[in-house]
Every structure is written in C-alpha cells, then in structure tokens.
Ligand binder design. Structure first.
Ligand SMILES: [Zn+2]
Length: 240
C-alpha cells in the first residue's frame, strides 16, 4: 500500500502520526512524506524588515539558508527513524500559506499524487489554529477529488499537539485510532531528532506531553497508547 503524508511543517508528521508511520513501514508499506512549508521563515522576526518584498541582507539570508539546511537534515534523520527514506520538501512560506492561492497549493499536491499514486492520504485537520494546517486541509480535499482516475481510497486527518487543540472552541473529533504501544518510543525518538522543536512540559510538544496524549487516546480506544485520526472520506470499489 502507498501512504502519502502531507504535512505543513517539519515535525508535524511525527507529532501527528509518527507511531503510525513506523507501523506502516514495519509492515512494508510504502510511505512518502511531503513537507510543504519551509518551517523557519516565520521565525525571522528578529531581522525582519517591514517590507512586502522580504529584502534581507546577505548575512540574514545566509543564516536562514543554514537553518533551513539544518532543519532538513533533522527531518531526514527523523524520517529514517520512522523507516521512511522518501521525504520531499516544498518551499511554501512558513505560517503564510494563506498568502498563496489555493490553486497553487492544490496543483502542487496534485502533482505529488499523480506521481506517487497513493492509496491513503493523510493531512492536517481543518480544526487547527495554524493557518498553514488549514490551508493544507482545504488544498488536500480539493487535490484528492474522487474522479474516476483517482487512486485514493481514504483521506484521513491527524492532529498536531500545540496547534489542533488550541482552535477554540472547535474541536478535532477523532473516529479512528491506531495502537502505537510498541511504536511510542520510536515516535519520541523521531521527535527528538528535531533538536530545536522540543519544549519543556507542560508544553504539548514536550516528550512527556506526547506520551500523555498517546495514553489519553489509548484510554479512548482500549490500547496502552494510541494515535487519533479523523476519517475525512473513504471510497471503496468493493465491500467495506
Ligand atoms: Zn505545523
């Protein structure tokens, strides 16, 4: 089976479904991860010049390029821990994907789908405080329209702790759960490969919180630890 994971930022794929990704690769399924936004440019405020052209001096540009290269190394390392070698990076602006047309984002996703021909597509929830996450949900829904040539049977959304749960008062309401009891340790290890993204507890992006969240979903689904998903759409050629 071919599984496509469409994430906005480096580390979203691990936070949302690191355990499930590991489970897929353990079972010899083919997983491709696509990271759509750069993951660093929203943190440029220190040197940000109040200009719509984003004119940076050479030193700032170099610093950003180095940070980007470093973050991409972390992403590849993290993917490897989850058993994934196929990871692709797009260059959409971080936390500003709402400035790009839905058409452009959709077309990019469509071209990935056309080449990869996935059976299952995972992406962000529409109930999410992060604008890039919401943009990707909308673009993915459009890009996965069930035409007769479409290979996709399921579209599933995941949560991103420190983002999805803060979209007050709307709520991510999962109806699918995957037992990650044996993969939780790998998920945390994959997250730690992102050396600059981990926070201290009680931040939701702390290793302790990740474990607590997995256990909480476990209490909902009868497993020691679980990841939660929402089935957005399923289309079957045969019986369910
Ligand atoms: Zn994100």
């Amino acid at each position: 089976m071919k599984v496509l994971v469409i994430a906005a930022h480096p580390d979203d794929e691990v936070l949302g479904m690191g355990g499930t990704i590991k489970k897929y690769t353990k079972n010899k399924h083919q997983v491709k991860i696509v990271i759509m936004a750069t993951g660093i440019f929203a943190r440029r405020s220190q040197n940000y010049k109040n200009s719509t052209t984003y004119a940076f001096d050479k030193k700032t540009t170099k610093t950003m390029e180095d940070k980007l290269a470093d973050l991409r190394r972390d992403s590849k390392k993290s993917a490897k821990i989850m058993g994934v070698n196929d990871i692709e990076f797009m260059d959409f602006p971080d936390n500003e994907m709402d400035t790009v047309s839905n058409l452009e984002v959709t077309k990019k996703i469509e071209s990935v789908i056309e080449h990869f021909q996935p059976t299952i597509v995972f992406t962000h929830s529409q109930y999410d405080v992060n604008v890039d996450h919401r943009v990707l949900y909308n673009a993915t829904i459009t890009a996965t329209r069930p035409t007769s040539s479409c290979s996709i049977e399921k579209v599933i959304s995941f949560e991103v702790p420190s983002s999805t749960e803060w979209y007050f008062p709307s709520q991510f309401s999962p109806n699918m759960f995957v037992n990650i009891d044996k993969e939780l340790e790998t998920k945390i290890k994959a997250l730690m490969a992102y050396k600059n993204e981990i926070r201290d507890f009680p931040h939701p992006r702390s290793t302790e919180a990740i474990s607590v969240i997995a256990k909480r979903w476990g209490t909902v689904s009868g497993f020691p630890a679980a990841e939660a998903f929402c089935l957005v759409r399923q289309i079957n050629n045969d019986v369910l």
